[in-house]
Design a protein around this ligand. Structure first.
Ligand SMILES: [Zn+2]
Length: 539
């Protein structure tokens, strides 16, 4: 009789279903309660009864906490950090079945009754019996469950290595959990005299294109940033349209040039970033009226591999200058045709230039007051706050209008990649071979995890001050949003993502591959730690 509670496929499946049933959608009460439940579970492990202080809950933001659990071998310094997030996206898309979204066994059964409504690949997977459906099964509560079972085993068998389990909230929105955890990781390293050898995340495998069902390992994580713009035109009555200029007219020129623009696409190690798209574009008119909309905003999503924020801003500025040039020319032609005088020339300026202008006009204290007033609006998220700040400053600085103000809206996930790290190379080789021999799996390596992950906040590298440009052009920087770049630079260790196979994250057909999750991954991860990391460390 084994004393381990989470070591068989059945036990793992039961634990997963329990953990999934603890609803934890980002920004919900469930997300706040979740880490306490994990804490209670981990406290059942005898090691943590003797070392109860090794499990800690620390503050992220908005009353949310992240959990750390350290298994420390008395003689070991070498430490593997096991990273997961416990928040999930919402569940409206489940419709009538929403009540079962967090009950994988029941949901999987219930889906059989409506299987004709499912997309064909999901229906076939359902009929195969190989998948467990449910919100968070794949993304990524199974990853957390695998880490819990790994630490349980390490404690029980007294592996001569340290494991630090870290599970965080808010990955799906702003990653406030992971950004807060960075300083905790540094504090822990000093306090317990640890050496971080590897940051191991277990996000699930994401398809590279629709229909792709290969199993991947990841030695990095793609970056994501949101260059954004506030368009400030000039108001007028619809009856006299050319007495002003609408923000939507100006915006259309930039959006046309941003969407799918290959200048933002990077190709690194044979992998390409997805093209940029608009995430949101709207004018800032609150209600219908006969006044023309003279302020608008647009947020663009850009993926990164090698580039940093400074490089993106410089490309963005170039594109915006072209857009303004075209817009001015087109507007001039209209004014000539209609025989009216233009209201002005559209200029492009960065948020930091607007700031400097406002500071010299009104003084530093006034600008700070604008920011703190906006910050106190609890109902606004970081993106809305960013635009509110820029908008308020522009209203006070209309001598700059018409204008396109360029800024960054949170969140920013820097790209990370450690494909050429010798330890990562060894891990890759080992898992590929073991997967092949044990499970006949053809495993492939991907250099940048394409699902966006918290690995972005460790092992930060920046050679040319890219982050100062981010700080200077992010209106909410230092108030409600910040990234601990300096500390992230200080967390130098390779990154790896090894997680279970699943499909359709963030869709109502989210599902986890049963054999991969409960049979293959537990063995792959355990052997990875024991055979590669332990041997390497002991050698
Ligand atoms: Zn995830």
């Amino acid at each position: 009789m084994t004393e381990l509670k989470w070591s068989t496929p059945e036990a793992l499946r039961t634990l997963l279903c329990e953990v999934v049933s603890w609803k934890s959608m980002t920004l919900s009460d469930g997300e706040r309660e979740f880490p306490f439940k994990v804490q209670a579970k981990l406290q059942d492990i005898p090691y943590f009864q003797d070392h109860y202080k090794n499990i800690e809950l620390s503050e992220a933001d908005l009353g949310r906490k992240f959990l750390t659990a350290l298994y420390k071998h008395p003689e070991a310094k070498e430490t593997i950090v096991l990273i997961s997030h416990f928040d999930t996206v919402n569940t409206e898309e489940y419709g009538d079945l929403e009540a079962l979204a967090f009950e994988p066994e029941m949901l999987t059964k219930a889906l059989h009754d409506v299987k004709e409504e499912l997309p064909e690949d999901a229906r076939l997977d359902l009929e195969s019996g190989n998948y467990l459906f449910g919100r968070g099964t794949m993304d990524m509560k199974m990853g957390l469950v695998l880490h819990m079972s790994l630490i349980e085993k390490a404690c029980h068998e007294q592996w001569p290595v340290n494991l630090l389990l870290l599970t965080v909230p808010d990955e799906e929105v702003n990653s406030s959990g992971m950004r807060a955890a960075v300083s905790k990781l540094i504090e822990y390293r000093e306090q317990h005299d640890l050496t971080y050898k590897l940051f191991l995340n277990s996000e699930p495998v994401f398809a590279q294109q629709p229909g792709d069902d290969k199993y991947y390992l990841y030695s990095g994580s793609i970056g994501k940033i949101m260059p954004s713009a506030l368009f400030y035109g000039m108001e007028t009555h619809v009856g006299e349209p050319l007495s002003g200029i609408t923000a939507n007219y100006i915006a259309s020129f930039l959006t046309q040039r941003m969407e799918y623009n290959p200048i933002f696409q990077e190709t690194v190690l044979g992998e390409k970033t997805p093209l940029p798209v608009t995430i949101q574009q709207k004018d800032l008119k609150m209600e219908y009226s006969a006044q023309t909309p003279y302020r608008a905003k647009a947020l663009y999503n850009v993926f990164l591999m090698k580039r940093n924020a400074a490089e993106i801003m410089s490309i963005f500025e170039g594109v915006a200058n072209e857009a303004a040039y075209e817009c001015n020319a087109s507007y001039q032609a209209i004014c000539t045709r209609e025989d009216v005088a233009p209201v002005g020339e559209i200029r492009v300026l960065k948020y930091e230039e607007l700031m400097n202008h406002a500071v010299s006009k009104f003084g530093y204290d006034y600008v700070e007051l604008v920011k703190t007033t906006v910050r106190d609006h609890q109902e606004l998220d970081d993106r809305e706050k960013s635009f509110r700040i820029v908008d308020t400053l522009m209203i006070q600085c209309q001598e700059l209008a018409p204008a396109i103000v360029l800024l960054f809206a949170p969140p920013y996930y820097p790209a990370v990649n450690t494909s050429d790290d010798p330890l990562v190379e060894e891990c890759m080789e080992f898992i590929k071979e073991l997967g092949k021999s044990e499970f006949n799996l053809a495993i492939e390596q991907i250099h940048y995890f394409n699902g966006i992950s918290d690995l972005s906040y460790v092992n930060y590298e920046d050679t040319n001050g890219g982050w100062q440009v981010f700080e200077a052009n992010t209106p909410v920087w230092g108030d409600t949003y910040s990234i601990p770049f300096n500390e992230m630079r200080n967390l130098k260790a390779p990154v790896l993502n090894v997680g279970p196979f699943g499909k359709d994250a963030h869709k109502r057909t989210e599902r986890l591959h049963i054999q991969s999750a409960f049979v293959e991954l537990p063995q792959l991860l355990e052997n990875l730690v024991k055979k590669v990391l332990l041997e390497k460390i002991e050698a």
